[in-house]
Write a protein that binds this ligand. Sequence first.
Ligand code: MV4
Length: 495
Amino acid sequence: MNKILIANRGEIALRIMRSAKEMGIKTVAVFSEADRNALHVRYADEAICIGPATSNQSYLVGSKIIEACKLTGAEAIHPGYGFLSENPAFAQEVKNAGLILIGPTPQAMEIMGNKLSAKAAALKYNIPMVPGTEEAITNVEEAKTRAVEVGFPILIKAAAGGGGKGMRIVEKVADFEEQMQLAVSEATSAFGDGAVFIERYVTSPRHIEIQILGDTHGNIVHLFERECSIQRRHQKVVEEAPSSVLTPEIREKMGKCAVDVARSVNYVGAGTVEFILDENLDFFFLEMNTRLQVEHPVTEMITGLDLVKEQIKIARGETLSFKQADLKINGHAMELRVYAEDPLNNFLPDIGTLQTYQTPKGYGVRVDDGFEQGMEIPIYYDPMIAKLITYGKDRTEAIDRMIRAIEEYDITGIQTTLNFGKFVMQHQAFVSGKFDTHFVGKYFTPESLKSENEQEAMIAAIAAVMLLQNQKKIAPPSAAATVQKSNWTQNRREY
Ligand code: MV4
């Protein structure tokens, strides 16, 4: 494999290119008209424009990407996450074109792309699953009977859904029929597939997922778990590895189950098996994601492996160079997703120009991003601008380092979720490790950030008055600095 095309943009495109470069593999970027000046375009050895800004005219058009491979002589495609990464039809087209997709087979993608077929495949291996229906429910009366057996509250899920889309909680039997009809029509319009099924609703779950790697010779290992419970409306905000609640025994059991789930579809490549964990630390398989995930860096930090390199080696047909027994967890890693969103305004996307953009540095800090100072955040794509990852000898050090790194990050021109991340890191429930998927809804209010902003504004105001009273030669703060919050000093004095 001499040249690969990266069918993605932003931080993940750069992330993939870095590993390819270290392996001596040439890289081809594709880009939309909105991304002409993007970093991933400059970083690649070659770049091809594949169309207008909107994703469905560029990054989502499989034929244009395959064409770009032909044009440049790229032999393989890394799809990253999102866009075409879990599209079995695209995976098949890539294969038909004589190219290699750095990822699983179209068959594995197809099975895992549907929650019911995923559960059916996993059933062969005695994997714990939440009680419910094994097939799509069609008859309301039958479904109602089953719901009563399972026990309320129950959750109606769309088989074709993912990431929490198309889910409805039903509290009591009287609400069932109405909720089911709503779920079916929602699923039909959102996914073109009205198949829904039911599960007992686990009321206070933790979202824990296991990273797996499978090669083309039948070897599958797991790379331990990631704790992803801190999310907002199904958008993950903070991820960490390892989870502070898993015992070595549960970890081993979950790991084995994850490997079995992968084995049930002869999984090849990097994948993630998603579980929920209830208050009794009982775990249940939910679904499998057949891509490299956004939060993969925390796994890299604790295992010392480069997951992109492993993906490429697997795609080249190499045998995994380690066995399960060779793998162990070292230290603790934390990831904060930095979104261009305003936490004080219901996390509305806040696009604009990065007037200041200075990333934190130093021991144990990793920033995976795709922007530079002066760049504009395009409105067309995901508002995630960076992933801030910290590593420490233990969880406490990873958290302390995250707080330090957040304070060191200097972004002006747009609002970001950095201060929200600091709120999470300093919250007693997060620090103690006693939290579930309801953390944000339960504890976060805009006021919890406003007080900090106001305190800082007050301190700045007092400092300004004191400086004026001192009648010393003062460096005036820049206009931007007085409007935008910066953690870097704004009251330098000269004598
Ligand atoms: C659940 C659940 C509780 N019980 N299934 C959310 C994402 C998708 N992968 C599966 N998800 C869940 N499935 C059962 N049987 C809780 C979640 C869940 C969730 C549900 C409602 C609101 C927020 C949530 C956040 C994370 C997980």
